[in-house]
Write a protein that binds this ligand. Structure first.
Ligand code: ADP
Ligand code: MG
Length: 273
């Protein structure tokens, strides 16, 4: 068997631990540095199944890095991170932790859908083909069924008439809704959104937020980095304020927005509200 590998860092080596059975995401003292820049300084957060957690905070506070750690795009230096019952990047065996092989990491990642600020659709594929691509290539599912499901997903994001359009023929908001449908095609247990409306013209934001709201109403577990405080207030179950690599405040959107406990939160909210 391979040697057990454990991430070491400021918080020390990782011990195997009981899985976070009833949580979709559990972060425990997650640390991440880029060189000498400590970007995540011990994040503790929990997301329940079906919860919509909105994350706000100034630029550079580590929001994207945290999402990227959840989605295996960055490796944490220390702490522990579970997604959907799995310790991210590791497998426990005989009381020891083993680093996952690429194939196993890919399997974990398939449980997570992510939508970025910039729509990254394949430009040479239609909206429908973009949505069908991963289920066919990765899951090797039969084409006819994938196509039916992709059409249903397009309808779900309000784009049933755009199946044959190429990304360049779609508005930014329509492209972003195709990106959401594409992520959903893999039937993720968790959806991550990293400022999905920040790059859009203001008049296109509403349709994307509406698609996200519908997804939330359907019970999807979501972590949404956004500055859309109206969305956070209406759709969010929880609101997290991050600053300088730390969770400064977490509560219901009502609590955090109406009665922020920290001056840093108040200062930030006064700028975005
Ligand atoms: P946010 O999403 O809250 O704006 P980020 O997580 O993108 O913040 O970035 C947090 C900090 O980490 C910033 O100072 C950023 O420049 C830095 N950073 C992010 N990714 C990298 C990287 N790959 N290499 C070096 N520094 C990075
Ligand atoms: Mg960011």
């Amino acid at each position: 068997p391979p040697e057990p590998t454990v991430p070491a860092g400021p918080a020390g080596p990782v011990e195997p631990a009981e899985p976070a059975a009833d949580l979709m995401v559990r972060a425990e003292q997650v640390h991440k540095s880029f060189g000498r820049l400590e970007v995540l300084k011990g994040i503790d957060l929990e997301v329940r199944p079906g919860e919509v957690m909105c994350v706000v905070g100034p630029s550079g506070s580590g929001k994207s890095t945290f999402l990227r750690c959840i989605n295996h795009l960055e490796k944490i230096d220390s702490g522990r991170l579970w997604v959907n019952g799995h310790l991210v990047g590791y497998r426990e065996s005989g009381g020891k932790l083993y680093e996952l092989r690429d194939r196993e990491v890919a399997a974990q990642r398939r449980e997570i859908g992510m939508v970025f600020q910039r729509f990254n659709l394949f430009p040479h594929m239609t909206a429908l083909e973009n949505i069908m691509e991963a289920p066919i290539r990765v899951k090797r599912l039969p084409k006819a069924g994938v196509r039916d499901r992709a059409l249903a997903l397009l309808a779900r994001v309000g784009l049933d008439d755009k199946a044959q359009s190429y990304p360049a023929q779609l508005s930014g908001g329509q492209q972003q809704r195709v990106a959401i449908a594409r992520a959903l095609a893999m039937e993720p247990a968790l959806m991550l959104f990293d400022e999905p409306t920040s790059a859009l013209d203001p008049e296109l934001v509403g349709d994307v937020l509406e698609a996200m709201k519908q997804l939330a109403l359907d019970g999807m577990t979501m972590i949404v980095v956004t500055h859309e405080m109206g969305f956070a207030r209406e759709v969010g179950d929880s609101l997290v304020f991050m600053d300088e690599g730390a969770v400064v405040e977490k509560g219901t959107p009502r609590e955090v927005l109406a009665d922020p406990k920290h001056q840093r939160t108040r200062d930030f909210l006064s700028k975005v509200l």
